[in-house]
Ligand binder design. Structure first.
Ligand SMILES: *Cc1c(COP(=O)(O)O)cnc(C)c1O
Length: 431
């Protein structure tokens, strides 16, 4: 049952309450390997569900357009102080509604429409907002894209430098959504300096690893850092823009009034709570375990003959190329979901298949690590993945159904011993 129980919601709106309850139980019963997802703490859940959602506070602390900011101002100031201290930067804007609007604010702060920008191509692991064709950022700017190397699966830094010097972009983006390797922030900074570009590090996926000391920080290298707060950082849905003091005004103006209206104060409070959690020593242990789990999962998959982009991982994420397994990403992902392994199909670099049915799977270990799984569990996770993928590739529906049922049951048994914040099985009547 949902923790705390949704008694009022259940009484007033059983349709929604039932669906929320079912979603919570689904999150409990599955091995959640979607690399951008996590489980937030009960304290973050409480802040997110608080009366702060009732408040309007356009502007910034001490400079608001609405009265009644006696408590919202100190909440936002605390979130900012915690962000600057955790990430070692001079300025933080904690108001962006999510990662995509945070990135739009960077364009608004540093570019004009039609300017040239440089980012990692989406099918190579970049994000839509780094100038991909269908994104506003690819339509309103002259977006140039770098790629990864065919032989290594890693970002081609020679190409980044060549493109940067030839195209002279206003902004260079580093970071992305499917990069299994350490991002070389000093190398990007050197290239940005050489061509006079603003370096924007989008660390949405790895912010928690950076906070916990498990990935190098872009602070001191990137001019501006954007991040979501809800991936490895384990906070509410939201985002932040971090920078040196010299860019504070441009960034703040871009977020409000440039792009947004009132900040979501309940989210700001929950971000502050999550940042305090991420500053604790146990979060550093968490971040290291996330990486250790991803490494162990990658090693186990390699042992089973899986082809991993870049040959492994340095962070929380593993990108599997299923081409040699004889099944595309989408049917594999669907079969795995039915078996209790939730992940997403994903393009791999130089993917010959279409984006809606690509060759790969993306997995991440942020959520399973929050549940308490350790590297010792990863061979079993890899074996479950392999059993389902192998059965899906054979194309025998009955055999696949049998494997799916067995794996789902084994996963349910394992996860029963690993509590989840926000939901717990109802106590049995006799206890
Ligand atoms: C998730 C992500 C975003 C976008 O975040 P949303 O909150 O989904 O808008 C931006 N950049 C990167 C690299 C991401 O991984």
């Amino acid at each position: 049952m949902h923790q705390p129980p949704l008694t009022r919601l259940a009484a007033q709106d059983p349709d929604i309450a039932g669906l929320v309850e079912a979603e919570a139980e689904r999150q409990f019963a599955k091995i959640r390997l979607i690399a951008s997802e996590n489980y937030v703490s009960p304290a973050v859940l409480e802040a997110t569900g608080s009366v702060l959602t009732n408040k309007y506070s356009e502007g910034y602390a001490g400079r608001r357009y609405y009265e009644g900011q006696q408590y919202v101002d100190p909440i936002e100031r605390l979130a900012i102080e915690r962000a600057t201290s955790l990430f070692g930067v001079e300025h933080a804007n904690v108001q962006p509604y999510s990662g995509s609007p945070a990135n739009l604010a960077v364009y608004l702060a540093f570019c004009s429409p039609g300017d040239t920008v440089l980012g990692l191509s989406l099918p190579m692991g970049g994000h839509l907002t780094h100038g991909w064709t269908v994104s506003a950022t690819g339509r309103w700017f002259n977006a140039v894209r770098y790629e990864v190397r065919r032989d290594t699966g890693r970002v081609d830094m020679d190409q980044v430098r060549d493109l940067a010097l030839r195209e002279r972009p206003k902004v260079i983006w580093c970071g992305g959504t499917a990069i299994p390797r350490t991002i070389d922030f000093p190398a990007f900074a050197e290239i940005a300096r050489e061509c006079g570009a603003v370096l924007a590090a989008d660390v949405a996926h790895i912010a928690g690893l950076i906070a916990g000391g498990a990935h190098p920080s872009p602070a001191g290298h990137a001019d501006v850092i954007t991040t979501t707060t809800h991936k490895t950082l384990r906070g509410p849905r939201g985002a932040m823009i971090l920078s040196a003091a010299e860019h504070a005004k441009a960034v703040d103006r871009a977020v409000f009034p440039g792009l947004q209206g009132g900040p979501h104060d309940h989210t700001t409070a929950a971000i502050a709570v999550a940042l305090a959690e991420a500053a604790r020593p146990d979060f550093a242990v968490y971040a290291r375990t996330v990486v250790a789990n991803a490494r162990a999962l990658a090693d186990a998959l390699l042992d089973l003959g899986y082809d991993l982009v870049s040959g492994g991982t340095d962070n929380h994420l593993v990108l599997i190329d299923l081409t040699n397994k004889g099944v595309p990403g989408k049917p594999a992902a669907q079969a795995l979901d039915a078996a209790g392994l939730e992940l997403n199909y994903n393009a791999v670099p130089f993917d010959p298949r279409k984006p809606f049915d690509p060759s790969g799977l993306r997995v991440g270990t942020a959520a399973v690590t929050t549940r308490g799984l350790t590297p010792a569990h990863m061979p079993a996770v890899a074996a479950w993945i392999d059993a389902v993928v192998t059965a899906a590739a054979r194309g025998d529906a009955d055999a696949l159904a049998a494997v799916t049922a067995r794996v789902a049951e084994e996963i349910r048994e394992l996860l029963a011993g690993y509590p989840m914040p926000g939901w717990a099985p109802a106590p049995s009547p006799e206890s």
